[in-house]
Design a protein around this ligand. Sequence first.
Ligand code: SF4
Ligand code: SF4
Length: 502
Amino acid sequence: MAVQLPAEFIVNVDNERCRKCKRCIVSCGFSALEFRNKVTPIHRRCVACQRCAAFCPEDAITITENQMAYKYNYSWTPEIRKNILKQAASGGVLLGGMGNPKPYPIYWDHMLIDACQVTNPSIDPLREPMELRTYLGAKPDTLEFSGEYGNVKLETELAPQLKLDIPVVFAAMSYGAISLNAHKALAMAAKRMGTMMNTGEGGLHESLVSYKDNIIVQVASGRFGVTGEYLNNSAAVEIKIGQGAKPGIGGHLPGVKVGGDVSKTRMIPAGTDALSPAPHHDIYSIEDLSQLIFALKEATGYSKPVSVKIAAVHNIAAIASGVVRAGADIVTIDGFRGGTGAAPVVIRDHVGIPVELALAAVDDRLRQEGIRNRASLLIGGSIRQSADVVKAIALGADAVIIGTAALIAMGCRLCQKCYTGNCSWGIATQRPELVNRLDPHAGADMLSFLLNGWSNEIKEVLGSLGINAVESLRGSRERLRGIGLDEQALKILGIKHAGIGQ
Ligand code: SF4
Ligand code: SF4
């Protein structure tokens, strides 16, 4: 007997309003709508991606949760029963897309930002000079100068730096996991806004080479698409060790998503699963990691910073210290709410730690060891709004990465079914008819508008803090206060409780 899962969502079609244009049927990537004299939903297939409702010219469609799909039970929640039924039917590992949706504490929402009162808040932060420019890379311990006043020359040779006009970088998302049009939109927006996009582990499509000054190329254990040319078609190189959504396990792009162009870009046969295991075949120690970092520096003529991306786990501070000592110029820390195209749900929802705690612990440790200047900290895995960016920088980050927020800007409705490859919005899919729905120019506009809005909001907050450069905020935890947090959390975050003065 086949296990029948109840429908999670109900598609309501108002037949009074419907003019039978069938746009909704074409819109649905999950074949949840059919035409049988009228629009007829197949509720069980609906994943609430909302594309049909968004494009119905008559506003005739609404999607609602099926409240009685599972009778109420405090202990046996609908999610738990749904998962039991799915596994009873498949015997497999449950997969999920996007980030951890569980109600763990979001520490960003328990931190409040300071403001000036009597002394110098800005009069008009959007018109006064406000510096958001950020340089990522190793900074020297000291600076040596020569010459006289008026003709001073810097003698210290600086390590290569990644220049950002806004301290927000698009997170690594591979071509394969997301569509080429989504990649193009990210690259165009990164160039326009003076920031970076990251190829993820799927290689760099030839059509994006012209954006190389705004691209970070990734080297993961699968080494997909990695050549000398690939490494040099970039502003920086990132070694992916871990990812917040799935710490301790590798990446897996199913063969059905490895079509002609994806297979060519990844340099693997079409239709084969693209597996990148958690360990790199040549890294079993910090010394091995150091060798790879310097091999990549050698391959790029020491002209680009090398980042190492790690997932936020319990021992993150010691791991980050080792990564910095191994020679990384940037350490990218991805928290457990970070997104993914596909991950085992049991890992996504139960493994790892929030990036807020990881960031505070790493920044503390690197300062205590006197090596904080040797690498920049790039953090992500739940940066949802400009306030999160400000709080992250005050906690100690140099800049942040955004993945889910960028996808939402391009239309994603968080249905979390990225792993099916049926994304109705043309983002997490390789089906040509779906990919074509995302106009890369329109996507780039939406991403640029988002960054522009955040940039203005960050300037507003800097003005209220009485400072005129994001550099002045970096690591200034005294400008943050905790609310609704226990002593232990306050201690790890290194902030006082709200209501306590200097
Ligand atoms: S898009 Fe709206 S108006 Fe058109 S067929 Fe579907 S429900 Fe009817
Ligand atoms: S899956 Fe998306 S497009 Fe299809 S019926 Fe449900 S909400 Fe509409």
